[in-house]
Design a binder for this molecule. Structure first.
Ligand code: DX5
Ligand code: ZN
Length: 223
């Protein structure tokens, strides 16, 4: 049976009450918390920085994963480590995506993730996998929540699962709901990010259970 981890994206939470929203999704059974950091360069939007993450670190011991949609992840790595990030994800498309940057992130005590845009090939992931804890397959073009899931990305999940060791988590991000998550589970995904589906629901517990119905969820990931 599949064991799927579920990570709410705080980008879709009500921005006037992030703390309450965080507490609610933790109570509803989240396995970790996903923070979408956008710099206005790698993507058009600007979201939040390390201060917001630091301010919520004491709310839960669940894993904080920070998805850096920024041009210079290396420059920002230390401040996110100090803010309490447990896993730092950089994009394959940025200039300083390298083994050196991944090693630097690890030297700061964080786990590493590498995200791939829908238009980016995943074949060269094998140059990095020994330094990766997670691969993040984008199933929308990054930049905002609430977009439709791109089925064309499913074959990447299948390919990655066939090539990567089980120790590298394959996570999917964008347009996830129970129907699209079921497809991803069938193709071999280990975990998912959920934004608008979860935070747009009237009952987070029921929404989380609907996602869970696509596979069993293990105990929460504490840092
Ligand atoms: C997109 C972000 C996603 C997004 C998820 O740039 O990386 O994490 O907020 O939101 P939904 O689930 O609504 O696609
Ligand atoms: Zn994300």
């Amino acid at each position: 049976m599949n064991r799927i981890m579920i990570y709410p994206s705080m980008l879709s939470a009500n921005p006037t009450k992030i703390g309450q929203e965080l507490a609610s999704v933790v109570q509803a059974g989240a396995n970790g918390i996903h923070w979408d950091v956008m710099d206005g360069h790698f993507v058009d939007a600007i979201t939040f920085g390390a201060d917001l993450i630091r301010a919520h670190r004491s709310f839960t011991s669940l894993r904080f994963d920070v998805h850096l949609m920024v041009q210079n992840p290396r420059r920002h790595a230390e401040v996110f480590a100090k803010a309490g990030a447990d896993l730092l994800t950089l994009h394959r498309e940025v200039g300083d995506c390298s083994r050196t940057t991944l090693s630097f992130i690890k030297s700061l005590g964080m786990k590493t993730g590498m995200a791939f845009n829908p238009a980016t090939d995943v074949e060269d992931v094998q140059d990095y996998w020994d330094l990766l804890d997670q691969v993040l397959v984008m199933t929308v073009v990054p930049g905002r929540s609430g977009q439709n899931f791109m089925e064309s990305q499913l074959k990447k999940i299948k390919w990655l699962r066939s090539k990567l060791p089980q120790t590298v988590e394959i996570c999917v991000d964008g347009g996830i709901n129970p129907t699209t998550l079921k497809m991803c589970v069938d193709f071999g995904v280990d975990s998912c990010v959920t934004g608008s589906y979860l935070f747009g629901s009237t009952n987070y517990f029921d929404a989380m259970n609907a996602l869970r119905s696509t596979g069993a969820t293990p105990a929460a990931t504490h840092c």
